[in-house]
Design a protein around this ligand. Structure first.
Ligand code: SF4
Length: 466
């Protein structure tokens, strides 16, 4: 699975904010490593810098200096819709309205074809769903709408997941879809009695690194407008009925462990997942290890609850970009070896409990089990801190087709045999919800098949790329 984008927006009157945005994007690098970009405004003119590559590769001191001004939005990208090439990097700019605007998007629309057709566009006319949003907004602005009016016009017809930031010459807007699939939070620069600026970001660690205090999450359907005058909140779209639907895999895997989501720190939730897994799926073993990164806190929780010692059995190469790993079946085993290596002295002769966050196709898990056995593990008992992943995601996470998912191809015994483990067990959905602490407040469609928002094609066929 791959995450699909991180967004940042900063407004701090009288201060150049490109460096702050850089820090925020750097903190969100895990949400997208294909491209990075920023759009900054000095109050009159918008300047955009974007390119393929990591944040640290795209921006240098000269480019940050060129992004002058006290308003900025930024983006890190992994593509789930449209092309992965340079032209699809964000922010997307359009010279519409008084000074043009730039847009950056985290999420995935599920009715892109219909939206494009409504504007007389073919799928090949736009680079991505984000590019389509920019184009539709530009057309509404050209007809005289303000940006909030244009956002309403376009987003009230859009389906799927979107956490957007939009830069005008003197304003940054942030808006979240009616379900709240992808996270988005608001922060404050300076003391509460005299704020010096305002920040929005996909995850709270981006606020931390920019020195911003967490204020609150942007609500589903809410439009937050940041300017020199402060923050204005508007109910742009009616929230979906029922609880919000933040992606439950933000807790399991995507978000940073130091992030807070719905008031809960992700690291603590992952520990609880492991603890509950130890209660429901015990096994006699000598050592508990976690698969870095998100499997480690779950392994700590499993070890603590089971009384089996915790150890570090795998070392991760922290300098490998995910895009470096060629995503085809033959290359996956090599990808695992590039990314992880076993600590032989620790695991040789041991009966291992190996805690990982998920099993998707099963091919990387199989390569991992083989690596542990090659390093001398006597037994390998896999414990997964989420239920079987059985349905594709249409809301901004890149997943395989349903036919490629291990959980749809085999029963539990078949899955265990495919990955080559001595035993394989999963956290139940009830325990996952309990660990997250928001019983009814998350999307879990990839685990249950219950999609809260319409999906683009018959589930079970293609992913709905267009
Ligand atoms: S389908 Fe799964 S991965 Fe996609 S938003 Fe819902 S919980 Fe997250």
């Amino acid at each position: 699975m791959r995450e699909a984008c991180g967004v940042v927006g900063v407004v701090a009157p009288g201060r150049a904010v490109a460096h702050a945005c850089y820090d925020g994007l750097y903190a969100l690098q895990h949400r997208g490593q294909e491209s990075a970009g920023m759009a900054a405004s000095d109050g009159r003119q918008i300047t955009v810098v974007k390119d393929n590559g990591l944040v640290s590769h795209v921006f240098s001191e000269p480019t940050l200096q060129a992004l002058g001004g006290s308003l900025v939005i930024g983006h890190t990208r992994y593509s789930t819709s449209g092309s992965a090439n340079w032209t699809a990097a964000q922010p997307a700019f359009r010279p519409a309205g008084p000074a043009g605007f730039a847009l950056a998007h985290n999420g995935n629309l599920t009715n892109t074809s219909d939206l494009a057709a409504s504007a007389g566009l073919e799928a090949h006319d736009v680079l991505s769903d984000s590019d389509l949003l920019a184009e539709l907004l530009a057309r509404a602005l050209d007809e005289g709408a303000t940006v909030p009016q244009a956002l309403y016009d376009v987003l009230s017809r859009a389906q799927g997941a979107f956490s957007l930031v939009v830069l005008e010459a003197d304003v940054v807007h942030a808006v979240r879809d009616p379900y709240g699939f992808r996270p988005l939070c608001l922060g404050r620069l300076g003391p509460p009695e005299a704020p010096t600026g305002w920040v929005v970001a996909s995850e709270t660690p981006a606020l931390d690194v920019m020195g911003a205090a967490f204020v609150r999450e942007v609500e589903p359907g809410e439009l937050v407008t940041l300017s020199a005058a402060g923050v204005v909140s508007t109910r742009l779209l009616e929230p979906a009925a029922g609880p919000q639907r933040l992606c439950i895999f933000e807790f399991v895997y995507f978000a940073r462990p130091d992030a807070y989501l719905l008031g809960h720190q992700v690291h603590s939730a992952r520990r609880r997942m492991g603890s509950l897994l130890a209660g429901s799926e015990p096994v006699a073993a000598d050592l508990v290890i976690g698969v870095p990164d998100s499997g480690v806190p779950a392994a700590e929780g499993y070890a603590q609850a089971s009384g089996i010692p915790f150890g570090q059995g795998l070392v991760k190469n922290r300098y490998i970009g995910r895009t470096f790993i060629t995503p085809d079946q033959e290359q996956r085993a090599a990808g695992v070896r590039r990314k992880l290596n076993a600590l032989r002295d620790t695991i040789a002769g041991q009966r291992l409990v190996v805690v990982d966050d998920s099993v998707v196709r099963g091919t990387t898990t199989r390569a991992l089990v083989r690596m542990l056995r090659d390093a001398g593990a006597r037994e390998v008992h896999l414990r997964i801190s989420s239920p079987p992943f059985a349905w594709p995601c249409y809301y901004g996470i890149d997943t395989p087709t349903r036919e490629e998912l291990l959980a749809t191809r085999f029963d539990r015994a078949g899955m265990r045999d495919f990955v080559g483990a001595d035993s394989l067990a999963f956290l139940t959905l009830e325990d996952l919800r309990a660990a997250v602490g928001v019983a009814e407040g998350c999307c879990d469609a990839c685990l249950t098949g219950r999609y809260p928002a319409p999906v683009p094609v018959t589930v079970g066929a293609d992913r709905g790329r267009w």
